[in-house]
Design a protein around this ligand. Structure first.
Ligand SMILES: Cc1ncc(C[n+]2csc(CCOP(=O)(O)OP(=O)(O)O)c2C)c(N)n1
Ligand SMILES: [Mg+2]
Length: 603
């Protein structure tokens, strides 16, 4: 329903107030709202349902709903709002809020609450919701009790614009607004106080500004660039070294790819690109197999960097971290656009809080034109990359259902513009080692803020909702992570979403077999392995999904291709074994070392 109609027909002042708020967040850029059912949140839910330009996504389980909103916002690069009733419903949003805060995802969290007279006095479904998420949100504010006055309308529209803008202001992240509501909660009940007649209303505050403008447009100043002198100095430094290196961590924006690759070409620097950096395809300067060859001691020893520039958060790969630690005196410049100090190595010599795209472009202009530097240093990294990739590909031809091969198979299978969501634990690590992207773009996402195994199915479904039936979404996930968010599958059923899930079922936490805990076998299975022995097919079918177990790679290819082209929910299970999986990984790392020696990349 149109806002004018809502405002002119509202009998309950709450609806005029909440209607103005929802109208205003849409003007400020919120197009999708994930809503969980409840009574106290009725005014918000009904105003969302009535809004003609907002897409509402209902979800029953708040924990999954919040991750769904996270995936949606991540894939859309837009703020997404999230609504729930009072009580533990709000507490269930917490894990996704934590993840959103750490990975800079704009979530507008709207919790309904009891009015003040029903707090801390035993009233039902009442918990302290003020600052519930503590430091995990950028800002908390409580709305006033709804009133249909000019002053209240000005307040609520301003709050809507302010909070929405804040979710996106650097560093982007979650903002929490708490809404106390008194009964009556439904729209048709007559108010205690009559609404002011239209002639006495402040038109902009009640109905919004003309031409769909925001009530208050919030202009964020872009990040400042270093001064021209500092840019020239940096360009000179980058040029002066023979052994320079770029490292780029997870990045959801693809816009950095082009300027960074051009800069690397101009300087002759390799780019170690994280699998979630959106940089790993098609460019010769981009190195993607480093997780395998940076484990090799002689390579580390014989490959000393002179200058490192790191963009964004640390990459997934632990060998990269260890490589940096081996050269603590190497100057390391960190480009941290979020200002959130993405520097766990404590080795950096400089921190640049600036826009990485503008920085690369400024450096390109400051460098002498058309000079491409083919350096032996670059050739060394490129050769290591090529030899490693070939060695792994050859060795994996002999493997049966090896977990890592899931990713090399997917790289060859996935069509252009697929969104590949990757679960934590071994999937993201195997992605790092074995996903050699084709030349066409594939958008790769994961929850690498808090590295949780929770909410992964929901996040992937949120990403799928963002590209609704236009491009495919594929999720690769371990069995425990799958079980953790099993009820996330409900969203696929409720909203007819497309998702092909590759379920790597090694019956437990495969990652622990790589860790020192594995050498304490006595309680290992009970405490770390945690096998469940469950047959997951009935659960998937309960949610209306198609289940297919692959026993060989041909079946796997067929099942994935079918899932991606047919649409709907598909689960392709690959059954593996945890102990042999570790051995296979270790053997492959040895294969890489032998290949690098044979090719004389290392002595
Ligand atoms: C919410 C949460 N709980 C616990 C952990 C600790 N944890 C990390 S990996 C892992 C096992 C994951 O098993 P699975 O999803 O099957 O993947 P696999 O290790 O087999 O690749 C656990 C329990 C975590 N990261 N997040
Ligand atoms: Mg597992």
């Amino acid at each position: 329903m149109d806002i004018e109609i809502i405002m002119n027909t509202a009998k309950n002042p709450t609806y005029a107030y909440v209607g103005a708020f929802i109208d205003e967040i849409e003007r400020a850029g919120v197009q999708h709202i994930v809503v969980c059912p409840g009574s106290r949140s009725t005014p918000i839910a009904l105003c969302v349902a009535d809004h003609p330009r907002i897409q509402m996504w209902m979800h029953i389980d708040e924990r999954s709903a919040a991750f769904f909103a996270l995936g949606l916002a991540k894939r859309l690069h837009q703020p997404v709002a999230l609504v729930c009733t009072s009580g533990t419903a709000a507490a269930n949003f917490f894990p996704a809020i934590v993840e959103a805060r750490l990975t800079h995802v704009p979530l507008l969290v709207l919790t309904a609450d009891r009015p003040h007279e029903l707090r801390e006095n035993g009233a039902p479904q009442s918990i302290d919701q003020n600052r519930l998420y503590g430091t995990h949100v950028k800002w908390f504010a409580e709305a006033t009790l709804p009133e249909a006055t000019n002053a209240a309308m000005r307040f609520i529209r301003t709050l809507a614009d302010r909070a929405t803008a804040l979710t996106q202001a650097l560093p982007a992240g979650p903002v929490h607004l708490n809404f106390p509501f008194r009964e009556p909660l439904t729209p048709d009940t007559l108010p205690d106080q009559p609404l002011p007649p239209p002639s006495e209303r402040d038109t902009a505050a009640w109905y919004g500004r003309p031409d769909h403008q925001a009530y208050i447009r919030v202009q964020d100043t872009p990040l400042a660039l270093p001064t021209p002198l500092a840019i020239t100095e940096l360009a000179n430094r980058l040029q002066a070294v023979q052994h320079g290196l770029f490292i780029i961590g997870p990045y959801t924006d693809t816009a950095l790819r082009f300027p960074l690759v051009r800069l690397a070409e101009r300087l002759g620097y390799p780019i170690l690109a994280d699998p979630l950096s959106q940089m790993r395809h098609g460019q010769s300067h981009v190195i993607s197999s480093y997780d395998a060859f940076l484990r090799i001691e002689p390579f580390i020893q014989q490959t000393q960097p002179e200058l490192i520039v790191r963009f964004g958060a640390m990459p997934v790969s632990k060998p990269v971290l260890l490589y940096l630690k081996r050269y603590p005196d190497c100057p390391q410049i960190v480009v941290d656009e979020h200002g959130t100090w993405e520097e766990p190595t404590q080795l950096a010599s400089e921190m640049l809080h600036t826009d990485p795209i503008a920085l690369c472009e400024a450096l390109l202009s400051a460098l002498p034109a058309n000079e491409m530097r083919p350096l032996p240093w670059l050739a060394r990294w490129q050769e290591a990359e090529q030899v490693t990739r070939q060695a792994l590909q050859d060795a994996m031809q002999q493997e049966d259902l090896f977990e890592g091969r899931v990713f090399s198979e997917l790289a060859a299978l996935l069509p252009e513009n697929t969104t590949l969501y990757v679960g934590n634990s071994m999937p993201v690590r195997d992605l790092d080692t074995f996903f050699w992207q084709p030349t066409h773009p594939i958008y790769v996402l994961g929850n690498r803020g808090a590295n949780g195994i929770d909410g992964v199915i929901s996040s992937a479904l949120g990403a799928s909702a963002a590209t609704h039936h236009k491009t495919p979404t594929v999720l690769v996930i371990g069995d425990l992570s799958f079980l953790h968010d099993l009820n996330g599958l409900l969203a696929a059923h409720l909203h007819h979403l497309d998702l092909t899930i590759v379920l790597i079922n090694n019956d437990g936490g495969g990652i622990f077999s790589f860790l020192p805990q594995a050498s304490h076998p006595e309680h290992f299975e009970q405490v770390f392995g945690t096998p469940t022995g469950l047959n997951l097919r009935p659960a998937i079918e309960m949610y209306g999904g198609h289940f297919q177990q692959s026993v060989n790679w041909e079946q796997f290819r067929k099942a994935v291709t079918h899932g991606v082209t047919a649409g709907g929910l598909h689960v392709v299970e690959v059954t593996t074994e945890r102990t042999s999986n570790v051995q296979q990984h270790r053997q492959l790392w040895q294969v890489v070392e032998r290949a690098l020696r044979q090719a004389s990349v290392v002595q």
